[in-house]
Design a protein around this ligand. Sequence first.
Ligand code: 5GP
Ligand code: MG
Length: 486
Amino acid sequence: MEHYCGVFGCITADPWPTDLDVAQLICRALIGLQHRGQESAGIVTSYGGVNAKDMFTHKGHGLVNQIFETADLAALKGNLGVGHTRYSTHGGCGSNTTAVQPFVVDTVHGLLAVAHNGELINAKKLRREVLKRGVGLSSFSDSELITQMLSLSPPEDPDDWPRRIKQLIESSPLSYSLVIMHAKKLYAVRDPFGNRPLCIGRLNRIVNCISDNTLPAIGWVVSSETCPFSSIGAELIREVLPGEIVEISSKGFKSLGILGRPDDTPPAFCIFEYVYFSRPDSYLEGQMVYSVRMNCGRMLAKESAVEADIVSTIPESATPAARGYSEFTGIPYVEVLCKNRYVGRSFIQPTTRLRELAVAQKFGPYVDNIAGKRIIIVDDSIVRGTTMQPMVALLRNSGAKEVHIRVASPPIRHPCYMGINIPTKEELIANRVELDKLAEYFGANSLKYLTVEGLKEAVSERARTERELGHCTACLTGQYPVALEW
Ligand code: 5GP
Ligand code: MG
């Protein structure tokens, strides 16, 4: 299982600008993608050779800036590279070092490095097939499986990576966004459903602190999200399209074609990227994520307004939705919770008790803003319900007169097999407590979720893509993009 992760690739233009340090740049970009995974990270660089001495690797556990010391970065030499930051999984290979990406394997065609975000929906079947062909796998990671599948495929022509990638795409419909490095090239690949994000950027020279796109490009980048671009002097060129293979060399990038989806079904871009995962300053499908979240808040207000004195957020992920709710209703937006930024993420704690303690430690009440007020408290999503219960208690203890919960996404009822860390059906609060009992369960006066239609409308209204629009709502509706096969 390889979950929600961040991938990044960089290649310098020809001639190589000597002041451009690829490892430094990738490290900085990974810090920008840190929200996509805090468990481990790695960078692999090269000068374009395919022998062991030509590739440089550094990986580790923890946050990006803890893993890469100055000396580690200095040892990562070369003019192209890939990086990865990985999310904690809910079992299996959690702290297994062999699962830390990017994966580097030696193949008949030379060294290959792969960074993957996603989870193969038919991993079990593919795993059996690979094992049957006599390949040993060192981890339970889908990403290693992908790497092995790529190196197993014919044809023999060492330069025919496009064909090997096509075979991979044909053997698994989703989900993967990949950055593959072989010899002097990078390949950016998105599964035919476009389930996970991936985009291409142009690296500009920075003149007087400003990225100058009137000068020739000094390199090209591939990234899960656009949010690191402003910190590295890159600008968005476009998204990799669903099913597309993009080849990137020091001369620029070119599309090697788009592989269709089975039966011409619509794309299935993960709607949860909009709800929670992506950083709000990123652009997805031509729209800024913050704006989409505001739109979700407006839609939520339209669907389920209630009289109150203030609207507030569970910081920070729900803030744009709370602002949208406030804008639509005219009810003032007031902060009620102070977030302790030094507490780690509560969601990834291994047990419910630890998660509850982490939540309690994460927020302090702004009592003066709460006392005597009728409060609408907005969260972006409710998964297990661990966050909401102590939040309502905190507001009540601080003197809130009424607490109305509004959730800027629909109830999550189904597990995700495509890379999102959603627990089993039984752990999901929407399956444990009936919807009309949920307000009472949390100790609130009322509780309303955004509808699936409302969410779809909020994310589609201003989307601009070169292709048909389509979102995966499996965790909300149980409608998976393809039939599940084990
Ligand atoms: P719950 O506490 O109900 O289990 O999870 C919902 C809360 O966790 C929300 O505040 C939401 O912002 C956040 N959240 C939702 N999905 C994820 C996730 O996959 N990872 C992390 N770290 N937080 C999440
Ligand atoms: Mg949250």
